[in-house]
Design a protein around this ligand. Structure first.
Ligand code: PMP
Length: 374
């Protein structure tokens, strides 16, 4: 052995911005049980199994997985353009909308640039921003767990390159309304991109929401982000997209990893758009279930934010871990967030019934007959 062999091996240098990042915390299933069916209500997934027509197309596509997928996802882009009524060059795809979000940050931010978003919001926002070496600027939600767009406008500096508006907001549920968003956009510098993240748009029934695609037509600095993971039930295949005017959409195509959308995902996305009516029926059931659950929880005395997504938010503060444990003990895997609250996805009808039972029992235990705290 030479002296060199004994020298301490230097650690590989990892970028500081990467060292600083915590791992993404994904929603967990409920602890395994033998006595009751358990339900995973922790990731805002669609509880329905894949449509048989979509599954068949994926099986057929599997016969050719020795080949690379279409690098430009042309069939998906064309089907989306027809479905949305937008030119194909306004559409950019990616590995889930979180992949597209990464493309957005890469396209807009150099190290040290700032990205403004509401907080609490989607867990991946600060991670994706930090991965690019950019600086997250979280702006606390306002009353009703809604975006505080005035505070977000005030947080924009000359280092801001990107603003994320999550509507409905994950994990709290409320939407941003058209009039407030227009006022906000009027205050954003024209060279700052505003991404309207509409991952849950298909579940929205509030008529006052903006027509985000019209905003994209009218404003070169607005992009809309959407996904096949929620209403379309393709979370496991990872396909999402952005709609934006060509300079932005072109940049998003450049910043995608090559072959980002795999061939099974491409086939399933096209087949899902073709099966839109069948999928819309499922979404209707989930929306009706959401309305039923929210009404019943309010009846129980819970003070809930107005959700327009496929989940409800219990903003219970210090009771967060206790409430999450109560759900878990009943076979429901849910998503606790520190000492902010618990997000529970609307799932199968039996799962939702159990959600209501656990919530009622928790309140009874907490309040002991005195006026409850929401
Ligand atoms: N945006 C929001 C607001 C979300 O809640 C999610 C999923 N939790 C995503 C984007 C990303 O979804 P996907 O990458 O599966 O498209």
């Amino acid at each position: 052995m030479s002296a060199a062999d004994d020298a301490p091996v230097p650690a590989v240098r990892i970028r500081d911005s990467v060292e600083a990042i915590g791992a993404y915390v994904a929603g967990r299933p409920a602890a395994p049980r033998t006595d009751v069916t358990t339900y995973k209500l922790s990731s805002n997934e669609n509880p329905y199994p894949p449509l048989p027509s979509v599954q068949r197309v994926v099986e057929q596509a599997a016969e050719a997985i020795n080949r690379y997928p279409d690098a430009t996802a042309t069939a998906v882009v064309e089907a989306l353009a027809a479905h949305l009524g937008v030119p194909a060059d306004h559409v950019a795809t990616g590995t889930g909308s979180v992949g597209v979000l990464g493309q957005v940050v890469t396209a807009t931010c150099d190290a040290g640039d700032e990205v403004v978003f509401a907080w609490r919001s989607f867990e991946a926002y600060p991670l994706v921003v930090q991965l690019a070496g950019a600086v997250p600027v979280p702006v606390p939600l306002g009353p009703g767990a809604r975006h505080d767009l005035d505070a977000m406008a005030a947080a924009i500096t000359d280092r801001t390159r990107l603003v994320l508006v999550c509507t409905p907001n994950n994990p709290t549920g409320p939407v941003v309304h058209a009039d407030e968003l227009e006022r906000f956009l009027d205050r954003v510098p024209r060279d700052v991109l505003v991404v309207v993240d509409e991952a849950y748009t298909e579940f929205v029934r509030d008529p006052e929401v903006p027509d985000a695609l019209a905003l994209v037509r009218a404003r070169p600095n607005v992009a809309v982000l959407r996904t096949f993971s929620k209403a379309y039930g393709l979370a496991g295949l990872r396909v999402g997209y952005a709609v934006a005017q060509p300079p932005v959409a072109t940049a998003l195509r450049k910043t995608a990893l090559p072959f980002a959308v795999n061939s099974l995902a491409q086939a399933a996305a096209v087949a899902s758009l073709a099966a839109g009516d069948e999928l819309a029926e499922r979404v209707e059931v989930l929306v009706a279930e959401r309305e039923r659950v929210v009404a019943a929880l309010r009846e129980q005395g819970w003070d809930l934010s107005d959700t327009q997504a496929n989940f409800v938010w219990f903003g219970v503060g210090e009771q967060t871990q206790a409430l999450a444990q109560a759900f878990d003990a009943a076979g429901l895997g849910v998503r606790p967030y520190g000492t902010d609250g618990v997000r529970v996805t609307i799932g199968e009808i039996e799962a939702n019934d159990r959600l209501l039972e656990v919530a009622a029992a928790f309140r009874a235990g907490q309040t002991g007959g005195t006026p409850p705290a929401g």
